[in-house]
Design a binder for this molecule. Structure first.
Ligand SMILES: Cc1ncc(COP(=O)(O)O)c(C=O)c1O
Length: 394
């Protein structure tokens, strides 16, 4: 039986893969992936912001191989050096004082939710409510999907976890209106990803910081998608002159291997105590060795400045596309959304036909998460393909 039919037969159908259009990818190198027919694609999806440094980056591959030959897993009953080194570097290069490691974005946010509830109990009596934003995305576990401010993801799984309220993104008053004596934290993405690529305004995040200080709430930033250099800074909050009490990472941190991290500052970093949270695989030596290689690359001289430059370059090129279908271009660094009024799925299909992978959110927003190692020539190629696709549909 061919692989796509085997998939249908054996994998629970949560991804809506289509045998006619969903690619079977077999190999990757740098900005490219190849399918089963050896057709090459310029990858501007990057495993949904995981392969930020492209595919099979040699430094990451050799860090993984070296560590895999030395020690693959120990559990957290024991110390391992790659985990400790990674935590030290995340702390050194962020506002955080301490880190907890897990395996995914949802788990990192779960850890943050538990931390916030514990903090609320300690500091404010019985405060346990967390305010999150409309259009947000925080994961698919029961608590993180409840935190996700999109009712379509709740449908069928009710009753949801108690203790979440929703306010309008980029609307400070809307958040202020939801605060009560039960509130313990505010959780937002500095740049919303799955919701349609919406960067926060500085006024909004700075205002949330003020609200949290006034009401003794934890300010939690979900940097699962926008962190790790994606926006041209190591962490997106650095654009805003605001420091969160807690921020979460995953996706690109492991360079292609699964890892999550919850980074906490000050009192928040001391809130959880032994026995209150754990993860068998969390901070696994191989994954942390990969993440340390990722940090080496991102922190090399000029790397992040180049990402900022490329972000501007790409947005300018997108703005030059002539098509009546284009509504707006938005984003930060190399996290870019192009809103169109045409059929997004069809644009994705036409781009794919011409060798470019892009993703579409909600049928109308093309989401570009290009590799941070792409060149201006790669962006020119992508924009030409996109122009052709839009022209074909005009
Ligand atoms: C902002 C944000 N938070 C959390 C998650 C969930 O991460 P994971 O799929 O690794 O659980 C995602 C995934 O897309 C995300 O974009």
């Amino acid at each position: 039986m061919d692989l796509k039919s085997l998939e249908r037969q054996n994998i629970i159908n949560t991804y809506n893969r289509q045998p006619e259009t969903t690619l079977l990818l077999q190999r990757g190198e740098g900005v490219y992936v190849w399918d089963e027919n050896n057709k090459r694609y310029l990858d501007f999806v990057c495993g949904l912001a995981v392969n930020n440094l492209g595919h099979c980056h040699p430094q990451i591959v050799s860090a993984i191989c070296e560590q895999a030959q030395q020690l693959m897993h120990t559990s957290n009953l024991y110390y391992t050096e790659p985990q400790i080194r990674l935590a030290e570097r995340l702390v050194k290069h962020s506002c955080a004082d301490k880190v907890f490691f897990c395996n995914s974005g949802a788990e990192a946010n779960e850890a943050a939710i538990k931390l916030a509830r514990k903090y609320g109990k300690q500091k404010k009596g019985e405060a346990f409510e967390i305010i999150t934003a409309s259009r947000s995305f925080h994961g698919r576990t029961l608590a993180t999907v409840t935190a996700t401010g999109q009712p379509k993801y709740h449908k069928g799984f009710e009753p949801m976890v108690p203790g979440f309220r929703y306010a309008e993104y980029n609307n400070l008053q809307s958040f202020a209106d939801q605060i009560c004596d039960k509130t313990c934290a505010i959780l937002v993405e500095p740049v919303q990803g799955e919701g349609g690529v919406y960067p926060a305004t500085a006024e909004f995040l700075q205002g949330l910081r003020r609200l949290c200080d006034e009401h003794n709430l934890l300010l939690i930033f979900d940097e699962v998608q926008c962190g790790m250099g994606r926006t041209g800074k190591l962490f997106a909050y650095e654009h805003y002159g605001v420091e969160p009490d807690v921020f979460t990472l995953a996706k690109a941190l492991g360079g292609g291997l699964p890892i999550g991290a919850m980074c906490a500052k000050g009192e928040a970093a001391e809130t959880l105590v032994p026995g209150e949270h754990a993860s068998t695989f969390g901070g696994n030596p191989v994954v942390c060795a990969a993440a340390n290689a990722v940090m080496d690359i991102l922190l090399a001289d000029g790397f992040l400045a180049r990402v900022s430059h490329l972000g501007e370059y790409f947005k300018q090129k997108l703005a030059e596309i002539s098509s009546p279908q284009i509504v707006t271009v938005r984003g930060l660094g190399l996290m870019v959304g192009l809103e169109i009024n045409g059929d997004g799925a069809e644009v994705v299909r036409l781009c794919q036909e011409q060798g470019l992978l892009v993703n579409c959110i909600g049928g109308k927003t093309l989401r570009f998460l290009p590799p941070l190692i792409a060149t201006e020539a790669d962006f020119n190629t992508a924009v030409t393909i996109l122009q052709n696709a839009l022209t074909a549909l005009d």
